[in-house]
Design a protein around this ligand. Structure first.
Ligand SMILES: *Cc1c(COP(=O)(O)O)cnc(C)c1O
Length: 295
């Protein structure tokens, strides 16, 4: 099912810069930010099979989870609205009106704020069972769209890239929140550099392993946890300067929560000669540009 007429395949663009030449690194950027103006990037990839499974389950309501600035809630509200399904968003923490929550409500999402304690149970079977009893029958999409269905959609991005680029890709570089996108790439047997957008991102390794339980043959994961800039949705002037530099050099817009952190980390590693000359890297632009702050 193609929600909302995506533009696929998304472009694969080679970046050229002195920094890359000096390190002997070939860097491409997979422009998944251009999939759709509203349901962008990895959220479109992860929702694709979740929503087709929801449709074929005969359910007309989707329940999902996120924080008050969640790009996943934003994408789910828009996508369910467009395909004529109802949606309920379980939101972490005390009531907070944000542009994201506002957008979700305007796209028909029924927003329910829950305490952080309750939110922590979001993946527990007994909690979900109870939730269904209260809300009525519904198709559950885990936080971030990160599920087996989500991984399958992300793997398609890798297959798409292989068709566009005849040479071997040594690494896919991606920003990580739940780790679902990284897991999806690994499930397609490609190696991944995952840059945690959260502080203390070491937990991502176990989460990614769990998502990949049934995949015997998978790529290698390198997890980078030092480019979080203070934590999830935190940033500093260094990061904003980089974001502006990147836009000026390559004419590509990124945002401060995920993609700029990943690219900052990647350029830092490239400049420190972390990669052997001849290395080919595809950085995935996972979108999320609605969350860009004014710089
Ligand atoms: C949600 C999001 C991520 C994180 O993806 P995960 O699969 O949860 O790791 C990365 N980039 C952008 C732009 C996002 O919106």
């Amino acid at each position: 099912m193609d929600i909302l007429h995506p533009s696929l395949p998304t472009p694969l663009q080679e970046l050229s810069h002195k920094i890359l030449d000096e390190a002997g690194v070939k860097l491409y950027i997979k422009r998944d930010d251009l999939i759709h103006p509203v349901v962008s990037g990895n959220k479109w990839r992860k929702l694709k099979y979740n929503l087709s499974a929801a449709k074929s389950s005969g359910q007309d309501v989707v329940v999902t989870f996120g924080g008050p600035y969640s790009n996943h809630l934003y994408a789910t509200a828009a996508a369910t609205n467009a395909i004529g399904m109802r949606s309920i968003g379980i939101v972490r923490g005390e009531e907070k009106e944000t542009p994201t929550i506002d957008f979700c409500r305007n796209h028909g999402m029924d927003i329910r704020f829950v305490s952080r304690d309750e939110y922590r149970q979001r993946n527990s079977i007994s909690y979900l069972f109870n939730l269904i009893k209260i809300l009525g029958n519904a198709f559950i999409i885990p936080e971030g769209g990160t599920s087996g269905h989500g991984l399958k959609g992300v793997a398609e991005m890798v297959h798409e890239t292989s068709k566009q680029l005849s040479q071997h890709v040594d690494y896919y570089a991606v920003a990580a929140g739940t780790g679902g996108t990284a897991a999806g790439i690994l499930s397609a047997k490609a190696d991944v550099l995952a840059f945690s957008a959260l502080k203390g991102g070491d937990f991502l390794k176990a989460d990614i392993d769990e998502l990949l339980e049934q995949y015997k043959d998978r790529g290698n994961l390198t997890l980078l946890t030092d480019y979080h800039f203070g934590g999830y949705a935190k940033w500093n002037d260094d990061l904003l300067d980089f974001l502006i530099w990147f836009k000026t050099e390559f004419d590509i817009q990124t945002e401060q929560v995920y993609t700029a952190k990943m690219l900052y980390g990647l350029f830092d590693l490239i400049q420190k000669k972390h990669f052997k000359p001849g290395t080919t890297i595809v950085a995935v632009h996972t979108g999320g540009l609605q969350g860009l702050i004014k710089t």
